[in-house]
Ligand binder design. Structure first.
Ligand code: MSP
Length: 516
């Protein structure tokens, strides 16, 4: 089994903000979950460095695009580990290996008869790097996303024959209803297709900052085609996941097979809703034109909003993820974003809502549950949770939990899965209150009952901690470490006594200390 998940590659025209951190975190949760299943996982993120937005931003600063790209790519690269993202590779579209693959694949598309020369005229948003259809133009001839004035562009270009894929794309959507999710986004993409596909520019003549068109070096490829191909090109030159510097193949990998053979096509492309059309229409058509296999799923998340508007550098309403992490740690940020904003919908974010989730859920629900349980095992049982039969009352809620979480994860329902796990965290808190181990401890006749309660709590915490591991990698490592659980495999989320019972528990520092 292999699982290949991608984030969009981020424009390097500005520094990273929380909106960028969001997709990387979501992809990381999926990657970590699939590793827990024992699958071979490849998780890709990176930067989109060509095109007009980057060239314009560099010129405004009086520097070369490459200089700006180098500077900002470093900031995106630095963000990934701060988020605790376990990406296997970080692609930059200025990598020469990527550029070569772009030239090769698009030449193939031309050989296959899907490229021709023509003149394009239309309204263009330099920030989207995209031409706008008539029904996508806001009042005052402005971009509905960036609110900047559109420019009238006329240019001799090479065109991609998107219209040739009208029927094949309609068939794709009819045959694979889970190709795009959530359903509203599937419907949106399908209605765009049904409204009639027009050919799109494949190259830009006026720009020089891009991958050169090999059959006509006066042109560079339109940045979106260059960018989309990162998902494919990366596999041709990324080192083996988890490989030492020597590049040796890990034991789990099929011997001799390249990353492309093993990982292509992608299992999930995670994207924001503003780039739906590129991924749900252009991308499959491009792959068809090149004779390459299509991805399994495109999952579209919503926008993080601040004060009712999309958080974006150009609107100036951004939260700096580095600052949040400095104060609360990456786990808290990961948790907050996937808990408070239903994955797949828009949602507002604010410091007040963040602090509330931190205090009431991380510190109280989970942190206190873990520390008081471990403290009671130390106090009443000298640190050893007995290997007894677990409380049958909890079986129903914990027995099938891992399977339900897997089912949701297969559908990228990251908020739904987290909610399900959190219900069990709350159930364990109620269980502590109901059984009141401190009372049982006072009565020698209840000794066996006390063992069952404490061991069931330890087992329940193990189950939720294993399932929460993709969301909260650092704190669950501490917690599982204190419980004596080795490994992070999903098999450890079974509701049954394991080695963790009968062994001495460690000490646990507060997982989520009260903020200063
Ligand atoms: N470079 C293109 C993507 C090419 S993928 C082949 C691009 N870059 S971007 O930096 O502008 O945006 C990258 C991703 O960040 C997009 O999925 C976008 O939706 C997401 N976000 C940017 N701001 C966001 C929010 N405020 N909220 C959530 N995600 C948002 O588009």
């Amino acid at each position: 089994m292999s699982f290949y998940v991608t984030t969009p590659i981020y424009y390097v025209n500005a520094a990273p903000h929380l909106g960028h951190a969001y997709t990387t975190i979501a992809a990381d949760v999926m990657a970590r979950h699939h590793r827990q299943r024992g699958e071979e996982v490849f998780f890709l993120t990176g930067t989109d460095e060509h095109g007009e937005p980057v060239a314009d931003a560099a010129h405004a600063l009086g520097i070369e695009p490459q200089e700006l790209a180098d500077k900002n790519a470093e900031r995106f690269k630095a963000l990934a580990p701060r988020l605790d993202a376990s990406n296997d590779f970080f692609i930059r579209t200025t990598d020469p290996e990527h550029e070569a693959v772009v030239q090769q694949v698009l030449s193939k598309v031309r050989e296959n008869g899907f490229v021709y020369e023509g003149t394009y005229e239309g309204w263009y948003c330099p920030r989207c790097a995209d031409f706008k259809a008539d029904n996508e133009i806001d009042e005052g001839n402005r971009c509905p996303i960036h609110h900047v004035e559109l420019t009238r562009e006329q240019e001799d270009n090479y065109f991609f024959k998107l219209s040739a894929f009208q029927q094949r794309l309609e068939d794709l959507y009819a045959e694979r209803e889970d190709f795009v999710a959530p359903r509203t986004r599937y419907n949106e993409a399908l209605s765009f297709i049904r409204s009639g596909l027009r050919d799109v520019p494949l190259s830009r003549h006026k720009l020089t900052w891009g991958v050169k068109v090999p059959w006509d070096e006066q042109h560079v490829f339109y940045v979106w085609f260059d960018a989309l191909l990162n998902y494919y090109s990366a596999l041709s030159y990324a080192p083996e996941p988890g490989a030492p510097a020597s590049g040796a193949t890990p034991a789990s990998a099929a011997p001799g097979a390249s990353l492309t053979e093993r990982m292509w096509p992608a299992s999930y492309h995670l994207i924001g809703k503003d780039i739906l059309r590129f991924h749900a229409v252009y991308w499959p058509a491009l792959l068809m034109a090149a004779g390459l296999e299509l991805p399994e799923h495109v999952f579209v998340h919503g926008f993080l909003l601040m004060d009712g508007e999309k958080m974006s550098k150009s609107l100036g309403n951004v939260l700096d993820p580095f600052a949040v992490i400095d104060r609360y740690g990456a786990d808290a940020l990961r948790f907050y974003l996937l808990r408070d904003v239903p994955f797949g919908q828009d949602g507002s974010v604010s410091t007040a809502a963040f602090e509330l989730r931190y205090e009431s859920e991380l510190a109280n629900d989970l942190g206190n549950l873990a520390s008081r349980t471990i403290a009671m095992v130390h106090r009443y049982r000298d640190g050893v949770a007995a290997a007894v039969t677990l409380d049958g009352e909890l079986e129903g809620e914990f027995g099938g939990l891992a399977g339900e979480v897997q089912w949701l994860m297969d559908r990228a329902e990251l908020t739904g899965a987290l909610e399900l796990i959190w219900q069990r965290v709350r159930r364990l808190n109620r269980y502590v209150e109901e059984r009141a181990p401190w009372r049982l401890a006072k009565d020698e006749a209840s000794a066996q009952q006390l063992d069952v309660v404490l061991s069931s709590l330890v087992a329940g915490i193990r189950v939720v901690a294993v399932l929460l591991h993709p969301y909260l990698p650092t704190s669950t490592d501490k917690l599982l470490g204190a419980l004596g659980v080795e490994g992070r495999s999903l098999a450890l989320a079974r509701w049954e006594a394991t080695d963790a019972l009968g062994c001495k528990l460690g000490q646990l520092e507060p997982l989520f200390p009260k903020s200063q």
